[in-house]
Design a protein around this ligand. Sequence first.
Ligand code: PEP
Ligand code: MG
Length: 764
Amino acid sequence: MTADAGAWSASRRLLGRLRDIMAAPGEVQERLDKVASLIAGNMVAEVCSVYVMRAGEVLELFATEGLKPDAVHKTRLRVGEGIIGDIAAHARPLALSDASAHPNFAYRPETGEEAYHSLMGVPILRGGRVIGVLAIQNRTRRGYTEEEVETLQTIAMVLAELVSGGELVGAEELRPTDGIALMPLRLTGVAFNRGIATGTAVLHEPRVVVHRFVAEDPDAELARLAQATEGMHSAIDDLIAASDVAHSGEHREVLETYRLIAEDRGWLRRISEAIHGGLTAEAAVQRAQNDTRARMSKIKDSYLRERLHDFEDLTNRLLQHLTASNGEQTGNTTNTGSSRNKTPDDIVLVARNMGPAELLDYDRQKLRAVLLEEGATHSHVAIIARALEIPVVGRIEGLTDRIEPLDPIIVDGDNATVFIRPGEDVQQTFVKSIDAARRRRASYAALRDKPARTRDGAEISLMLNAGLLFDVQQLEDTGAEGIGLDRTEIPFMVRPDFPGLAEQTEIYATVLDEAGGRPVVFRTLDVGGDKVLPYFARSREENPAMGWRAIRIALDRPAILRRQLRAFVAAAMGRDLNVMFPMIAEVAEFDAARRILDLELDRVGRGKAPKSVAVGAMLEVPSLTWQLPALLQRVDFLSIGSNDLLQFLFASDRNNPRTADRYDALSPPVLALLRDIVRRCEKGQVSLTLCGEIAGRPIEAMTLIGLGIRRMSMAPVSIGPVKAMILSLDQERLAKYLSQLENSAEHSLRPRLRNFAKDHGVDI
Ligand code: PEP
Ligand code: MG
């Protein structure tokens, strides 16, 4: 027998005995005591204790082998208190050879535990929630092996059945205290996608509850696992093939990555090993899920956390397949908690987190919003939701514990707020704002084909900022003239690795195809700062916004830039190519980047070259304004990136809530700077665009036009409101007014400009 086989059969024997004790008739306390002594004996420990979570987040000692019997039902620890409380608070195992040295050690004299030095404890988990802690202790200072930790985790999983069965403590005690109040509730999180929606809560998870943990015949369980895995793979393939969202390159990539994870050998191996150790296939899958959650809690990197969430998604799918294949006959599982079977027509999907494919499982016609307890703005599920145009609010603390299936919900994605079981007054307010938003959207749609011309005849060119293919597809709906800023780093951010030349060429060619002959300005990679590529290692920086980013990386790693430029050139064969370099701080940087582009243009074969090439720079670093005379002789166009330009102008971090709004874009220094840039570009006859966020806000956009800016690039949703403003503006009158303010010493000119708009009927 191999070492593995020996360990597996020992584990099967232990689980079998555990099951027999748990299933035996008699008092539950008696069974729990026997369990404690069985575990102590098996793990060669002097102590084994079971703590159960009670109302108010208190862990109570329910059974012990080795500690003083009087302590049972007396010793209580709050979550977070002592080592046991620490294990519960972090839902992770701890193995300590000298427990008293742990900073969280809390001595309880009534237990007599001073005699024991080493301690290993694991959380007892049910549906991802901690319902107790199982711990062993030894007299000697001994280390515990990883295998021992795993064995105790497996035991804790089987034990969870007894703890949550309602015999030890009522099921309601295992719920968080503020869990199911039927009062209206207002929760806030982080807006991953804007918009307002109302609907009915559909809980995405938990969907499957495992009832049978211990299996006699590992081979039969392995066969069931293989069958379910195969079923899951082909279901994912079908999903990829069938989903029209997936046809657009980027979303397809997301799903393909997901499939790769589904075929992950390490994950499947861990599940098989747990089956060999005596678990049913369902219990083994859940065991792997518990591990994943424990690992996830330690990971800081948001991209990696997202990948682990994809594993969770797959776990649920696999459980579904196991349930579908055999569960009903064997009674291994039941489907509860999910309200999917009776889905309402207006789904507000509620999940701890979810994978992209899971979202696509729901009927898109019915989906109104997504609420997540965790998640990140650039998570795959948020990207897909954006493509579906539904609001997403994430990082809502305690979300899944506070919502009951079919609760009425209002999602205010613009303010990252969620109203659960809202009162009549709140509902009325939102019905009104949803109506108003709908009317506004309809009125903007009616402006689609109107030229963006001010009342006194100035033509303004409105362009889109894009990052996803979906944004490019908005050209049609918004009537925008083209893509003024394609943030090419976005597709890089949602991938597991650097896209190669062929992939990049395809991405850019698709953008040009979708734009259908309208101009597209590709910005070369602007990574660094807050835009992180998980596969591109960089050292920590004190000031990442002012650190190694954008063109600085490109010039230091010219191979990356060359590959991207080569892909632009190939994608634009026979068409117009516009390339823009980000974060240029001095003319020499522009020259260096331009030289690399020229090399790529020189090497392209005849007949394969773009029809025309225009090259521009972004003006985001103030130093460049003092080199404008030299720069303007070299560029075909200039684009002001006001997001960065303003943070550097004011030395005021755009991502720091304390400083982001400290200075106003509508202030004398900004207006003076912009006026100067406009004049120089006019003199140099160089086309000027502004593509920062301010272009998309009507009052700011109004001011930009008053300063002489004629081309602005913005998010698709801003086109309508900005065009409505333009149609009602007399820009010459505004220009005169602005010139009167030139020497102002005020902090902000916003109140004055607001009054101007009001007095002159400008629709801001
Ligand atoms: C800007 O800085 O204004 C800009 C458009 O670039 P980003 O927001 O991508 O940094
Ligand atoms: Mg920028």
